[in-house]
Ligand binder design. Structure first.
Ligand code: GDP
Length: 444
């Protein structure tokens, strides 16, 4: 998991100070020594670390902390605020041109994930903002880059503009924008060429494309796993091109987090999105505050809720609520629910977003047994319609048949039936409690 070492160390340090009724300068000094080491070890740029430690120290021995009733917690609040600030403070939004199309140039070194990210971003723009993007294949040097983008376009059911690899990328960009205007595409995402290193030819070409297309955004795609190299790349691209944002990819990997924490301060460019996997929906808007919260073990409940909202069908949710109230929840509904939760992503990733989750012993080795959920689904699918609606008819003979049909054991069938029975009982209790209240005080 990304940030693991840093999160661990910072949380241990914070734990020591949390409950303190009094905090003096030497406590703060001690804490900051540990914070400094934790950040350096996470590969955060040393100058960034120095400034950060200075700012937190000043505030932590200031009046706002020392005079408060809970100084330990105030110090943690300061650390969280400064971490948030370090990563850019407010979440930065994506630009919209006053006259469409909005043009976004995607730049970066080879292998950073530029082409994949172009596809992911197009997907996000359509899914979340209802936009109609046009993808443009302007990387004519990397073998197969054009093909790769075309394949992504096909997967997404989105148009890809390409003129092959014999036409100058500047010309490709020009024609692509004309095409977007004709076809009423409101975003144009130009996948430009990458190189192995920052070089003059590349920059020259990118500058020409910039000159011609006057992009609303220039996003640099960098690989979080490359640590301080990513930060240096961001700095030089920004100097030459003037970036409007960074997309940090592969944050699902085992990165120590140095790039995420240093890029903004060193290159003066905010991280706008983060890549969390290879799939086309694995791109998230970057929220500095939520990331700070994750690093400090305070969880990221907001992202969790958003994931739920994006994947749970509202109509179905309403229907379900009614079923719960009238206690007519069946195994079919249960199956449906499992499907919706699965859509949100791997369960262990979701659990890690809960506050304090990374303090649970062995959470990293915990892989929720997706197979077991598969068994539950198989068991339910082996029931007849009547059994799903009236599980009380499932006698010993039927249990045996269901176990056989689903390739599971009678014990597993028994366990599921028992759990389902208990869940229904609980729903009844909640419903009764709600009925007891005059205005039905809470909803879920
Ligand atoms: P480009 O040369 O910059 O266009 O890079 P590609 O888009 O071809 O990506 C290089 C590799 O990185 C591919 O195998 C991608 O699937 C992978 N990749 C891109 N973004 C992510 C990410 O956020 N997480 C992970 N795990 N892999 C990614």
């Amino acid at each position: 998991m990304a940030f693991e070492g840093l999160a661990d160390r910072l949380q241990n340090t914070m734990q020591k100070i949390r409950g303190k009724g009094k905090v003096n300068e030497s406590d703060v000094k001690e804490m900051m020594r540990e914070v400094r080491l934790a950040l350096l070890e996470a590969d955060v740029n040393f100058k960034v670390v120095k400034d950060f430690v200075k700012r937190v120290s000043e505030r932590a021995v200031g009046q706002e902390v020392l005079k408060s009733l809970t100084p330990g917690q105030q110090v943690i609040k300061v650390v969280k605020e400064e971490l948030t600030e370090l990563m850019g403070g407010e979440q930065s939004k994506i630009a919209t041109a006053s006259r469409p199309p909005t043009v976004i140039m995607m730049v970066g070194l080879q292998g950073a994930g530029k082409t994949t990210t172009s596809g992911k971003l197009a997907n996000l723009l359509r899914k979340k903002y209802n936009r109609k993007p046009l993808l443009v294949a302007a990387d004519i040097y990397r073998p197969a880059a054009i093909k790769q983008l075309e394949t992504l376009g096909k997967q997404l059911g989105m148009p890809v503009f390409s003129l092959g690899d014999q036409v100058n990328p500047v010309e490709i960009a020009r024609q692509a924008i004309e095409k977007a205007k004709q076809d009423h595409n409101d975003y144009v995402l130009i996948d430009t060429a990458g190189r192995l290193h920052v070089d003059e030819n590349l920059m020259g070409e990118l500058k020409e494309i910039k000159e011609l297309t006057k992009p609303d955004e220039i996003f640099l795609v960098v690989d979080a796993m490359t640590g301080q190299d990513a930060v240096n790349v961001a700095e030089s691209f920004n100097e030459q091109l003037g970036l409007t944002g960074v997309v940090l990819t592969k944050l699902d990997g085992d990165t120590r987090g140095g790039a995420a924490l240093s890029i903004r301060a060193v290159s003066n460019t905010p991280i706008k999105f983060v890549g969390m996997g290879e799939k086309l929906d694995a791109l998230e808007a970057f929220h500095p505050e939520r990331m700070a919260s994750r690093i400090l073990g305070m969880g990221d409940v907001l992202t969790l809720i958003e994931k739920a909202q994006a994947n749970v069908d509202e109509e179905k949710a309403k229907e379900l609520e009614k079923k719960m109230r009238t206690a007519s929840f069946t195994f079919d509904d249960f199956l449906d629910q499992l499907g919706q939760v699965r859509n949100m992503g791997p369960l262990d990733d979701l659990i890690k977003m809960l506050p304090g989750a990374n303090k649970i012993k062995g959470i990293d080795n915990l892989s929720i047994d997706e197979k077991q959920i598969g068994h539950v689904e198989a068991i339910i699918r082996s029931m007849t319609k009547n059994e799903k609606e009236h599980p009380e008819v499932i006698n010993a003979g039927r249990r045996k048949r269901i176990a056989k049909g689903s390739g599971t054991s009678i014990q597993e069938v028994n366990r599921l039936l028992k759990q389902f029975e208990e869940m229904k009982k609980m729903m009844k209790q909640v419903t009764n409690m709600q009925k007891g209240k005059k205005k039905g005080g809470f909803k879920f």
